[in-house]
Design a protein around this ligand. Structure first.
Ligand SMILES: NC(=O)c1ccc[n+]([C@@H]2O[C@H](COP(=O)([O-])OP(=O)(O)OC[C@H]3O[C@@H](n4cnc5c(N)ncnc54)[C@H](O)[C@@H]3O)[C@@H](O)[C@H]2O)c1
Length: 305
């Protein structure tokens, strides 16, 4: 049968995911849906023009929600990134648009009979993911947000540059909201397997400064190109592979945490059912308090939907 993907919202993020799925040979079938039909058609044509140079033969279709009935992975990447053009650091500035967009999309997904795994990037990512789960009424494990997976990658980059190692060899997690209340759980971070806190002390490296660089990493990209695309698309595609390969990849993402009665970013195990399990690494009291605070911020925003 092959691997069938769909993307709702083929703007910068959605189109980059589509490009990755097609050029890496992940997708046997790909459905592109956008409110702007001309954009969906253009992306379809551009990708089809690439297929003569590919080893694979992806079928690319557009604008048909009924195709979601047997889709394995659905990326929800709609939005209005221009809403952030003058927002200077406030991701919630897009919320007045995304809250309406998701109200349009969710019933259509539900009606389609979609029962695969949904991966959401729409901001505010945690609140929108929770809304989609609730409205579509899929099992909680099957609806996840990219959440702090991207922020964790940014933390890995910033720490790797400082310690002159490869980002893959920086492990550990950013927890909480994909937004301002996120935090690096430094107690979990290791560089080449060594705890970062004593390493940083020995080298007089200011972790608070590194955390602030990681948190503002998205804005650094946004201010130069008006959107972000490659890193978020790579995170989303990595999550989708972990699902379809049943990889049991341990990584952070946004999913429902019963303790906080909220979606929030924390490590989990990603496999064929989506978030197979959440991993509760014991955190020091100070980090635990930051997580509770971040979850409260998300709950507040979700309540306004
Ligand atoms: N979670 C993250 O880490 C992360 C990172 C980057 C971007 N984002 C978010 O991802 C979303 C997409 O970003 P982008 O840069 O691609 O935005 P964009 O504005 O370039 O593209 C959004 C697309 O969604 C389409 N759309 C709008 N309403 C729709 C609807 N009702 N149905 C179908 N399509 C609709 C638009 O026509 C547009 O093509 C935004 O919410 C953005 O903030 C999240």
């Amino acid at each position: 049968m092959g691997r069938k993907y769909a993307i709702i919202g083929v703007g910068h993020v959605g189109a980059t995911i589509a490009f990755a799925l097609v050029t890496k040979g992940d997708a046997d079938e790909l459905i592109l849906i956008d409110k702007n039909e001309k954009k969906a058609r253009a992306e379809q044509l551009d990708l089809k023009d690439a297929t003569a140079r590919l080893e694979t033969r992806p079928k690319i279709k557009i604008q048909d929600y009924s195709e979601l009935a047997d889709t394995d992975i659905l990326f929800v990447t709609a939005g209005n990134i221009h809403a952030l053009d003058h927002a200077s650091g406030n991701r919630w500035a897009e919320f007045e648009y995304t809250r309406e967009i998701v109200k349009d999309i969710a019933p259509k997904i539900k009606e389609s009979g979609f029962h695969g795994v949904l991966i959401d990037t729409m901001n505010p990512c945690d609140a929108i993911s929770q809304y989609l789960q609730k409205e579509i009424d899929l099992p909680g494990s099957q609806v996840l947000g990219t959440g702090t997976f991207l922020d964790t990658a940014r933390m890995q980059r910033v720490v790797a540059e400082q310690f002159d190692v490869d980002p893959k060899n920086v492990t550990g997690f950013v927890y909480g909201e994909h937004g301002e209340s996120q935090f690096v759980a430094w107690s979990t971070v290791k560089v080449n397997g060594l705890d970062v806190i004593p390493l940083a002390e020995a080298r007089n490296i200011n972790l608070t400064e590194l955390e602030s660089q990681a948190r503002s990493g998205g804005w650094a990209v946004h201010s130069g190109k008006g959107y972000t695309s490659y890193a978020i698309a790579t995170c989303a595609v990595k999550l989708s592979r972990a699902v379809l390969d049943d990889a049991h990849l341990m990584c952070p993402c946004s999913s429902y945490n019963k303790k906080y009665d909220s979606y929030v970013g924390q490590p989990g195990i990603i496999g064929k059912n989506g978030v197979e399990e959440l991993i509760d690494i014991p955190l020091p009291d100070e980090e635990e308090a930051k997580l509770a605070n971040s979850a409260a911020t998300i709950r507040e925003k979700f309540a306004t939907m």
